[in-house]
Design a binder for this molecule. Sequence first.
Ligand code: SAM
Ligand code: DTB
Ligand code: SF4
Length: 358
Amino acid sequence: MNASFAPAPMLLNEVRHDWTRAEITALFALPFSDLMFQAQSVHRAYFNPNEVQVSTLCSIKTGACPEDCAYCPQSARYDTGLEREKLMAVEKVIEEARAAKASGATRFCMGAAWRSPKGKDMPYVTHMVKGVKALGMETCMTLGMLDEQQAQDLADAGLDYYNHNLDTSPEYYGEIITTRTYQDRLQTLANVRKAGMKVCCGGIVGMGEEENDRAGLLQQLANMPEHPESVPINMLVKVGGTPLADQADLDPFDFIRTIAVARILMPKSHVRLSAGREQMNEQTQAMAFLAGANSIFYGEKLLTTPNPEANKDMQLFNKLGIKPEAYEVHEDEGEQEAMIVNKLQEAQLDSMFYNAAK
Ligand code: SAM
Ligand code: DTB
Ligand code: SF4
């Protein structure tokens, strides 16, 4: 039999902002191989499929958050055993960023457990942005809701990205958060755009939502006037004490499908294989890269929960022939390239050592 199973050609160069729920649901319903083929075709039209961007997270203000996000270990409403901490000193944040750069990260993402920053916090966070940028890294922050002036102040300090997630579909949102509305989140995202920063916006899956909710989240993201440059897809990290601690696992194939559909809907965006990697095996992570994920959080901790060890990630990159993506507009690109090659070689040596010890 020699029938061809190539799907009908797609308009690969078209970036759309008018996706219907039915179109997105139809993508989710494709046979797995067909969905993966479409996602890979789109991915290869815009990106080198063997490059993955690496960011490191730093919790600059941990715990005691007044919001009630049902997934979050940092909400003051749930007893998760987390120690509350004050805002980290600017020098300490810069020191952490320096270490992240030395281990090969190109972007430093600073997160605070706030509903929104207070006036007194702004001078500290803008200094952090300036200090981290001076190291030659890209900067990202996630501090909760921002008004227009706060967004402008961060943009003026040189902040490259602001992360603010929609988390889930508008329909399911009320099951997860009651202390701020979907509209509040859209307003913050509009303020970030207006101030000229890049947007990092995605959500969490595995919170008991239905496939239609995952489609609804992606529809919201894909129909924004401009697609977020970065789209984190987090797998729920179940933390004891939170209302979602005993949530049933999402089937890994449903997770991969969400990544693939995000890739197809937002062809030019970096899709981030975000929280939840510590609980995933290498094969699931590799499949996420095949589905079009091209960014990860790198370093042993996310904000408060564990992430794979840096060396383990570099070993996985080596096995898959993946190279960390260099930061394009950077002056010392040569230095960065050398750092990345060095990290990959170190990981290779380590894995040889482990094999020898078997
Ligand atoms: N407090 C700020 C806010 O929520 O806007 C910023 C920090 S908050 C921790 C950043 C994002 O982390 C949340 O929007 C959520 O998507 C993600 N997140 C938090 N806890 C998580 C968990 N247990 N599993 C997966 N993602 C989580
Ligand atoms: C995002 O979408 N995921 C990151 C980042 N943006 C700030 C946070 C994940 C947090 C996972 C739970 C924790 O470590 O506290
Ligand atoms: Fe607070 Fe952010 Fe956690 Fe919600 S996700 S409880 S706003 S730290």
